[in-house]
Design a binder for this molecule. Sequence first.
Ligand SMILES: NC(=O)c1ccc[n+]([C@@H]2O[C@H](COP(=O)([O-])OP(=O)(O)OC[C@H]3O[C@@H](n4cnc5c(N)ncnc54)[C@H](OP(=O)(O)O)[C@@H]3O)[C@@H](O)[C@H]2O)c1
Length: 334
Amino acid sequence: MNKQPHVAVVGATGAVGVEMIKTLEKRNFPVGKLTLLASARSVGKQLTFRGTPITVTELTKDSFNGIDIALFSAGGSISKEFAPIAAKAGCVVVDNSSAFRMDDSVPLVIPEINGADVKKHKGIIANPNCTTAITLMALYPLHQSFGCKRIFAASYQAVSGTGAKAIEELKQQVEQLVQGKEVTKEVYPHQIAFNVLPHVDSFLPTGYTKEEMKMENEGRKIMHHPSFRASVTCVRVPVYRSHSVAVNAEFEKPVSVDDARTVLKKAPGIDLIDEPENKKYPMPLFTSEKYNCEVGRIRKDCALDNGLAFWVSGDQLLKGAALNAVQIAEELLK
Ligand SMILES: NC(=O)c1ccc[n+]([C@@H]2O[C@H](COP(=O)([O-])OP(=O)(O)OC[C@H]3O[C@@H](n4cnc5c(N)ncnc54)[C@H](OP(=O)(O)O)[C@@H]3O)[C@@H](O)[C@H]2O)c1
């Protein structure tokens, strides 16, 4: 790999794409050249990288000649069509969509957990689902020490997880409601302002949603733990940024709150914020724009054997998308 790679961001104008550009800059990723790609709608738009405006160009089949690394965040159908073309052109794709995550020939990577899997790539590396990534940042260190059998969880997912249009929809609905007007609904099937929707992604015949099953399926692959089980309810909440997850986990070995805190204090990429007596616990308002996720409200689960209950929050645009993708690119340069 070129040590000063030519990097492309596909979906550069989106909620994740913009964060990718910022993350490349903030982490001093040794970008030799940056190409910004989006749909025909964005051609000519300019985005700034290291103080220099870069003009967005249209994604086409010929966009990848000479590009070393392409960070994709333009949705699953774009990834399915263009990631193989990019890989064939000799570029390594880091894909944020769900298109290739469960493909056996594609590594699915959280660098703090299975960074070594990056080396097995055949041109495409997948970035995990955002809720799964944030949960595993706290769960995996506990699994390493105590052996996680299964979890029950409920997510509280921010609207920016749906993309730039959903951020606008929440803003607009809040303004409309404050002014006593009827709300406009375009992105979500129901009003999201002052409401919660127990519906993220499409429903499966089992009654779970696709998003809910990502925790078990992607969790097994990332943790190399084929018997891991997860029963999850995913909920969209009127929060702009950062997902939170309430987790109840059952372990093979007995685990105390003190043991769990000791393990989590040393774990990479996660901060322990657990002083309920001082009203200190993770909250999405305070994890936004931070690289590290936060874990707290750790207690012995009163309904599970060897169980722990905890609460984890993290910026899903960063650890759930842009940051994780750039960390994968950093692994490629090692
Ligand atoms: N948001 C999150 O927290 C999050 C987390 C993890 C993974 N992801 C995944 O990341 C992807 C993007 O999500 P997002 O939230 O950033 O969405 P978004 O804000 O809606 O942005 C979508 C991006 O894709 C581009 N795009 C759409 N159609 C295109 C086309 N035909 N050709 C080229 N570019 C096209 C858009 O360009 P225009 O501006 O020109 O339309 C825009 O740059 C999705 O696969 C999503 O599942 C998102």
